[in-house]
Design a protein around this ligand. Structure first.
Ligand SMILES: [Zn+2]
Length: 324
């Protein structure tokens, strides 16, 4: 007997520059089967889509899941236009834009498909399966190579014109000429201070400003992960780096609170792995800078999705959110 009702699972597909990873996800957020294919292996987009379909069918068969158990498809990808379902202008994919991704998936699988950019997909993943479960209002901050944001307000993801709402990493933390140069070409953005690159720059500044002993001085590759490890081992400069980063985030989050009155900020991404090293400073600075009408309403949480599964779960949540 078939143990899966038709249409009960969501297929989440995460399309990145090198791989497309997928998983069939149940209502509790369990990934029942998964797989991936390399985007570089296919000369044309139709060949890629056909191979993706075959890989999904093979993974389902291996796990004894009938393809009919999948009722909807969600995609997370950079440069995904949520209104058209097309990927537009993705420089890391080898085929010419626009890629009519959700249309092609619907044609091949015969079920509805929807897409979101990866930051928005991550927030939906948190809302359906992670730390945002049961919350209608929260702001997700991704602290990785860059700083991303997504806003869930009144139970819905805010898109704005062209789906670009929530680029919180590029809101200035410092205005004026002395702000750090950001990857976007402007000065003083939050991204330049609390992205992985920004945290390293803070550590370098602290090392240059003092002659305190620090293990960080002896590291060949000073990166955010190493600074996190040294903070855990008690290195003072590493700890100060995250204390400063926490103060910056606390100020920024106090400002962001006025946008949408969130009940939580949820932190995700590589630098968020250092959450316990910046949470106290962030909370203290947040409370100092917060407009009093928001007092005692906002909590700081770390993502509850395993890093290896977050992208697939986010994509599956896109399907749940967009397709009723
Ligand atoms: Zn910027």
């Amino acid at each position: 007997m078939n143990k899966y009702t038709d249409g009960v699972l969501a297929l989440g597909i995460d399309i990145g520059g090198t791989n497309a990873a997928f998983g069939a996800v149940d209502a509790e957020g369990r990934i029942l089967c998964r797989g991936k294919i390399s985007t570089a292996d296919y000369a044309t987009f139709p060949e890629f889509i056909a191979a993706l379909h075959d890989a999904v069918a093979a993974a389902c068969e291996a796990a004894d899941i009938p393809l009919s158990a999948i009722g909807r498809i969600g995609v997370g990808a950079p440069c995904m236009n949520w209104e058209t379902g097309n990927i537009e202008g993705a420089v890391n994919l080898p085929w010419p834009s626009p890629l009519k991704l959700t249309d092609e998936l619907e044609r091949l699988f015969g079920i509805p498909a929807a897409g979101e950019n990866d930051a928005n997909a991550a927030a939906l993943g948190e809302m359906y399966y992670g730390a945002g479960r049961g919350k209608d209002n929260f702001i997700m901050i991704t602290l990785g190579t860059g700083v991303g944001g997504a806003i869930i307000c009144d139970g819905r993801l805010l898109h704005g014109k062209r789906g670009l709402a929530g680029e919180l990493g590029h809101i200035p933390y410092r205005r004026g000429e002395d702000g750090r140069l950001c990857s976007c070409g402007r000065k003083g953005c939050l991204d330049a201070y609390v992205s992985a690159r920004g945290v390293v720059e803070t550590a370098r500044q602290l090392l240059a400003e003092s002659d305190r002993p620090s293990t960080l001085r002896r590291l060949e590759n000073l990166d955010a992960r190493a600074i996190c490890e040294e903070a855990a081992a008690g290195d003072e400069i590493a700890r100060d780096t995250f204390r400063l980063s926490g103060e910056i985030l606390g100020e920024a989050c106090a400002d962001f609170t006025a946008f949408s009155s969130p009940e939580a900020f949820i932190f995700f991404g590589g630098v968020a792995g250092a959450f316990r090293h910046f949470k106290d400073a962030m909370t203290e600075t947040f409370n100092k800078n917060l407009l009093w009408i928001y007092n005692d309403q906002v909590e700081f949480l770390q993502s509850q999705l395993p890093a290896t599964d977050a992208a697939i779960l986010g994509a599956a949540a896109v399907a749940l959110s967009a397709i009723k």
